[in-house]
Write a protein that binds this ligand. Structure first.
Ligand code: TYD
Length: 244
């Protein structure tokens, strides 16, 4: 049975599988505010792709490479907060540049699919739309750190702010909120609105998913959208693995 959601029709025609090793992998990112379940959904999608023979790099930002993990610690501990949102934006960009160079690009080149928990949209939203960093700086940083790389598909997981914050608090089990979780409710409301505006501006790349549903239902919708838009069954890597 074809249970694809109607809104997720393929954006590109399907063709013959590419020759093994000839095609870059696909790049999928998960975005959203705090406690939206991105990490769980990214891991579930990665396992599902792997189970059908697609090679996957499951990664996250800030972090994902040894250099970027060091910057992650500086950012999430709040150590960079006194320098202001511009400096934080620069640090996120520096971490991203290292992550792309050391992990994301090599994986895509090797025909792997990259599933990334947060990427450049997080800087656009947290530092740009909400942190009020000059859009020209956000653009310039993105140009320098990301260049031409663009996700093939971005999931924006959307939940009411209070639900997200409750989930994030439950996950922490009494430990201190990190640099961004500790912000006021208004900050999180702005985040949510900014993500929805971003999705509206780029519907060809972004799919908004109501993440207040069960994990299983969210995973099903994610999987339907991946199949409808990117067709993992055509991944050259599957054919490569079958030939072994
Ligand atoms: P993390 O512990 O990975 O939490 P989450 O589950 O919310 O992703 O924390 C990453 C935090 O960093 C999160 O609050 C969002 C923030 N962030 C930015 O502000 N800008 C960025 O570019 C990125 C990648 C993350």
């Amino acid at each position: 049975m074809d249970d694809r959601v109607a809104a997720d029709q393929p954006t590109e025609p399907r063709g013959e599988p590419a020759q093994a090793g000839s095609a870059r992998g696909k790049f999928i990112t998960f975005e959203g505010g705090e406690g939206t379940g991105k990490s769980t959904q990214a891991a579930t999608l990665a396992r599902r792709l792997e189970s059908m023979g697609v090679g996957v790099l499951l990664t996250r930002e800030p972090g994902g490479s040894p250099g970027a993990e060091i910057i992650r610690h500086v950012l999430l501990s709040g150590a960079a907060k006194p320098f202001g949102p511009e400096a934080e934006a620069m640090l996120f960009a520096a971490a991203r540049e290292d992550h792309i160079k050391c992990a994301i690009e090599p994986a895509l080149e090797a025909s792997k699919w990259v599933v990334c928990d947060r990427f450049a949209d997080s800087t656009r939203v947290y530092q740009g739309a909400v942190g009020a960093v000059d859009p020209r700086l956000i653009k310039a940083l993105e140009r320098v750190s990301v260049g031409e790389l663009k996700p093939d598909l971005t999931f924006i997981l959307d939940v009411p702010v209070t639900t997200g914050l409750q989930r994030a608090a439950g996950r922490r089990r009494g430990s201190q909120p990190d640099r961004f979780e500790g912000e006021q409710l208004e900050f999180h409301e702005k985040l949510r609105r900014a993500y929805l505006a971003l999705a509206e501006a780029e519907p060809e790349r972004c799919v908004v998913i109501d993440a207040s549903m069960s994990k299983k239902e969210v995973a099903k919708r994610v999987w339907n959208a991946v199949n409808a838009r990117l067709d993992p069954a055509m991944s050259p890597m599957i054919y490569e693995n079958l030939a072994r």
